[in-house]
Design a protein around this ligand. Structure first.
Ligand code: 13P
Length: 264
């Protein structure tokens, strides 16, 4: 039986003081959560939030990482430094760091959206380096609306997973988390129907079974993310292939995030 795992991805929200205040609220409300819970603050707030959550069951994740420990890599953060600051997990390959915002048809300069530049290859090297250095990766995948409309959802998502997991061992895959986040459902209020989200999570699990074996596929936990709210969480989390949620907007208010955790 896979333990459900709910993470809040705060993205570019919460100052240090705001992040600490939210962390303290969550800590007080969750002395003994029935699932694994974590939050991903900005790099700036991460250490203070981790200090506020020290000794609590709530984990802390980075929102990205680099594949070198240290050196002349302006703006980058390594898994070692994330761990030093109190993180145990790291989100890798979020559509926003891949530059896949789902609005590519509507902007004048599509290249402007690719500034963060993650690719399947960089997601893979980051995931491997995070694992080597003792962080649990939360590896994101998900299709654009245009890819869904073209009938390519399964191909896109399984391709991203295959790329992300290259040279990662079965034992490592069994311990990591995959987040299925259809790009069109992120921040739009347009949640993916639970049966469809479950189906795509099943496709991801089948991909892991094809690349590794059935036991690894049964062990890996697959979250759904994209407009998860307290009122749709129960249905999503009741599905056999959905092992948790990666929550954006609704993780910014304690009551909403706690409502989602309640739904487990
Ligand atoms: P929303 O919950 O705001 O749609 O964001 C989902 C997400 O991107 C989590 O990583």
């Amino acid at each position: 039986m896979r333990r459900k795992v709910i993470f809040g991805n705060w993205k570019l929200n919460k100052t240090v003081a705001e992040g600490v205040a939210l962390a303290k609220e969550l800590r007080a409300a969750l002395p003994n959560p029935k699932c694994e819970v974590g939050v991903a603050p900005t790099f700036l707030a991460l250490n203070a939030v981790a200090e506020a959550l020290k000794g609590s069951p709530i984990a802390v994740a980075g929102q990205n990482c680099f594949w070198k420990e240290k050196g002349a890599y302006t703006s980058q953060i390594s898994p070692q430094y994330l761990k030093d600051a109190g993180a145990s997990h790291v989100i890798i390959g979020h559509s926003e760091t891949r530059g896949r915002f789902g609005v590519e048809e509507s902007v004048e300069d599509p290249d402007a959206l690719k500034v963060f530049g993650d690719t399947d290859a960089s997601v893979n090297i980051k995931a491997r380096y995070a694992l080597e250095n003792g962080l649990v990766p939360i590896i994101c995948c998900g299709e654009l609306l245009s890819e869904r409309k073209a009938g390519n959802t399964d191909k896109v998502v399984s391709g991203q997973i295959e790329g992300a997991l290259k040279n990662i061992t079965a034992a490592q895959v069994a311990g990591l988390v995959i987040a299925y986040e259809p790009v069109w459902a992120i921040g739009t209020g347009e949640v993916c129907a639970s049966d469809e989200a479950d189906r795509v999570c099943g496709v991801i699990r089948a991909t892991v079974a094809r690349l590794y074996d059935q036991a690894t596929a049964e062990a890996v936990r697959i979250q759904y993310g994209g407009s998860v709210k307290p009122d749709n969480a129960k249905e999503l989390l009741s599905k056999p292939n959905i092992d948790g949620a990666l929550v954006g907007g609704a993780s910014l208010k304690a009551a909403d995030f706690l409502g989602i955790i309640e739904a487990v």
